[in-house]
Design a protein around this ligand. Structure first.
Ligand SMILES: Nc1ncnc2c1ncn2[C@@H]1O[C@H](COP(=O)(O)OP(=O)(O)OP(=O)(O)O)[C@@H](O)[C@H]1O
Length: 232
């Protein structure tokens, strides 16, 4: 199994108050699969993505990524894991406003050991013609393509997406889902998407539903839809 979580718990402590954000999480995802984590606001989706991405730490449990338990890594190893093995995509793109499209992607290449060529990645996301524009000169969908280019240039084993279509209108959202499924096929990248939008689960091999930090449903999807046929 490529990604495997066993008995993962996460508690936030603020002063004397503690809050259990993840309770006994168990699920797994095969290499090259797409997983979708569904759940309402506050159900623990971002927390789950953050612990899988090595941005936050768990109370206990194991998180195996490609055979390695990342909860056992020291700080330096965890930095390398985040930098080399995981790509992140967020709802609000987080592009650097005073750098061009090309430069935004180049920055990511510069901190990676064995990156793809900037042109190749911009071509893969359909932005080669717009490489000299600044983020404010792009539509939301185009800005999200830049952030996807930035995430995949390091050839991540795992692509973690936090509401990747949350700020987009329907047509742009479908284009981004199509791009994610294309990347999944082209590079065999394992992708995990968190969203409150149930319709997005149409493109996923595995669907996990969270409520109040607990998994209430975990199923294999044997009726996968192409992105173009996802509707909401
Ligand atoms: N740093 C923190 N300190 C304390 N509590 C936190 C912290 N981060 C998140 N929480 C709490 O943990 C719970 C889960 O939060 P999380 O952000 O994982 O939910 P979510 O499903 O991603 O929500 P949303 O869809 O609104 O982003 C929430 O009740 C939240 O208030």
């Amino acid at each position: 199994m490529f990604l495997e979580l066993t008995n993962v718990n996460k508690t936030y402590k603020t002063g004397d108050v503690s809050f259990k954000a993840l309770a006994n999480i168990n699920f797994s995802l095969e290499k090259g699969n797409i997983g979708v984590i569904l759940g309402p606001s506050g159900s623990g989706k971002s927390t789950l993505l953050n612990v899988i991405g090595g941005i936050d730490i768990t109370d206990n449990g194991a998180i195996f990524v490609d055979g390695k338990d990342i909860t056992e890594l020291n700080d330096r190893e965890l930095t390398n894991y985040r930098r080399e093995e995981v790509g992140f995509i967020f709802q609000f793109y987080n592009l650097i406003p005073n750098l061009t499209v090309y430069e935004n992607v180049e920055v990511a290449a510069n901190i990676s050991k064995n990156p793809m060529k900037v042109e190749e990645v911009l071509d893969a996301v359909g932005l080669l013609d717009l490489k000299d524009r600044f983020p404010k000169e792009l539509s939301g969908g185009q800005q999200q393509r830049v952030s996807i280019a930035r995430a995949i240039i390091k050839k991540p084993k795992l692509l973690l997406c936090d509401e990747p279509t949350g700020a987009l209108d329907y047509n742009n959202a479908i284009e981004i889902l199509k791009l994610l499924t294309d990347i999944n096929k082209k590079y065999n990248t394992t992708i995990l998407i968190i969203t409150h939008n149930t319709a997005i689960s149409g493109i996923a091999n595995r669907i996990v539903r969270l409520r109040s930090g607990e998994i209430i449903e975990n199923k294999y999807n044997d009726n996968i839809l192409p992105a173009e046929r996802v509707e909401w």
